[in-house]
Structure formats: structure tokens, C-alpha cells
Design a protein around this ligand. Structure first.
Ligand code: SAM
Length: 242
């Protein structure tokens, strides 16, 4: 199969920060997972396994899946003790590709471009597979991202607006060398996501709009612009299954 993430697999391997999300998404998602020693964690749309590897190194048993063969191939080529990867596309009427229950689930920057019925099914499946008290950590684009001006070097927002889900707000992504990552993102409204989580029995435990730290500013100083510190690009939602 070929799609935008498949073509971009090499850019998402983690390690040294190379993308805005290395500063303002993955560290926060991992932190919200808490102590994962001995825990079974589902990683939806795990990509090249950047989050899965950190969680497994911290003692979790991780089950990660992604629809892109290239992403999973890349993930498998890196250390993967404690991680089971599967190529699998979650659709509006699929189940999960793993049996059994999970202590926690993660979906980092996966749902934005997905049709709403796919997100709805994903949230329902996570709700059914999480044990009581289990955490579900989600990263999606922040509502204010439409206000990014063209001066950000990490992200270019191509169209304005917020109230449409999916393809109305598009953006391009660049790496630390200003090389365009061959994908176009799109957003999902916070309203849809939170209401959908409530519908499936989740309680909101935390919501964050991370901005880069002063320390981050020192990494690739030429890449940062005022917008990156003024406007959040991502929302990190932590929901708990009751
Ligand atoms: C922006 S990448 C993020 C990867 C990883 N979660 C991370 O934070 O590094 C989004 C990933 O979600 C995957 N994806 C999108 N929709 C999916 C679906 N319906 N089923 C499985 N994977 C999906 C894409 O193939 C891509 O690898």
C-alpha cells in the first residue's frame, strides 16, 4: 500500500529531535503514560515506533499497529524487545488486531486525517479494551493551529478555519533541515473528540497545549519563530476509563 505516511516512514524514527512533534508531542504523550512497568499498552498508529520503544524500554509490553507497511518495517528494524507490531488499518467497522485487555492506550497524531466514523470506532474499541482506570492518551492538532502565520518553519497552515472536521484545515510539516516531510495533515475538532470520549465512558483527566521550552529553543535555534511560542499546535488529551 502507498500513502503519505508510508512515503514518509524514514522521517518518523525518533532519536534526536527532528520535528516539531519531537518537542511538543511525543515527550508529553510518554510522560502521561506514567509508570508503565509490567503494563500492557496499545499504540494505535504507532508509526515507526518512537513512542512504543520508549514505553518498552520503561518495562511495558507494547502492542503497536499501523496501516503503513513501511512504517512497521522501519519500526521492526529498530530495537523492539517487548513490542509486538502489526500492519493493520483500523476502519469504521474493524476490531483491534490484538486480543485481550490493555492497561493504557496511546494514539499520537493519528486521528486528524481519519474519517469521523473511524475515530468513533477507534475510541469505542479502546474503551472496550481498557481495564477500569486505564488511561488513553491522545495527541491531536490544537484548535488554535489555524492561526499560525507563515513564519513558522516547522509547520505551514494552508487554509484557515476550525469548525470543519478533517480536510478543511490542512498543513505541511518540515523537519529540522527545513526539508518538507511528504505529508499533509488535517485536524479534528476538540469538540468532537471530547464528546466522543464522554460517550464511551471516559473521564477527562488532563489536557495540555505544550509549547516548546527555552531549552528546546537552543536546539536548532534558527528553526524557531515567535508563532511556535505564541500558538500551540497540538493538544494532548488524557482520558481515564471509568
Ligand atoms: C503522524 S504519524 C504518528 C506516528 C506515531 N504515533 C508517532 O507519534 O510517532 C500517524 C500514523 O498513523 C497511521 N494511521 C493513520 N490512520 C490509521 C488507521 N486508520 N489505522 C492504522 N494506522 C493509521 C499512519 O500510517 C501513520 O504512521
Amino acid at each position: 500500500m502507498t500513502d503519505q505516511y508510508h512515503n514518509a516512514a524514514g522521517s518518523w524514527t525518533g532519536g534526536k529531535p527532528r520535528l516539531l512533534s519531537d518537542f511538543t508531542v511525543r515527550p508529553y504523550v510518554i510522560n502521561e503514560c506514567g509508570d508503565v512497568r509490567g503494563r500492557r499498552v496499545l499504540d494505535i498508529g504507532c508509526g515507526a515506533g518512537s513512542i512504543a520503544r520508549v514505553l518498552a524500554d520503561s518495562g511495558a509490553e507494547v502492542c503497536g499497529f499501523d496501516k503503513s507497511e513501511a512504517m512497521i518495517e522501519k519500526a521492526r528494524s529498530l530495537p523492539s524487545d517487548g513490542i509486538e507490531y502489526k500492519v493493520f488499518e483500523l476502519t469504521a467497522d474493524s476490531g483491534l488486531p490484538f486480543e485481550g485487555h490493555f492497561d493504557a492506550a496511546v494514539s499520537s497524531m493519528v486521528w486528524g486525517p481519519c474519517p469521523l466514523d473511524v475515530v468513533d470506532n477507534g475510541n469505542r474499541l479502546v474503551s472496550e479494551s481498557l481495564d477500569q482506570g486505564g488511561r488513553y492518551i491522545i495527541a491531536i492538532a490544537h484548535p488554535d493551529m489555524a492561526n499560525y502565520k507563515p513564519d513558522s518553519k516547522w509547520i505551514k497552515v494552508l487554509s484557515k478555519g476550525y469548525h470543519q472536521n478533517g480536510d478543511e484545515v490542512k498543513f505541511k510539516v518540515y523537519d529540522a533541515d527545513s526539508k518538507e516531510i511528504p505529508l499533509e495533515g488535517s485536524h479534528l475538532t476538540l469538540e468532537f473528540m471530547l464528546q466522543n470520549l464522554i460517550n464511551y465512558g471516559f473521564q477527562l483527566e488532563n489536557i495540555q497545549a505544550p509549547k516548546p521550552t527555552e531549552n528546546d529553543r537552543k536546539t536548532y535555534p534558527e528553526m524557531w519563530s515567535p508563532d511556535d511560542f505564541r500558538i500551540p499546535f497540538f493538544s494532548i488529551i488524557t482520558a481515564r476509563k471509568d
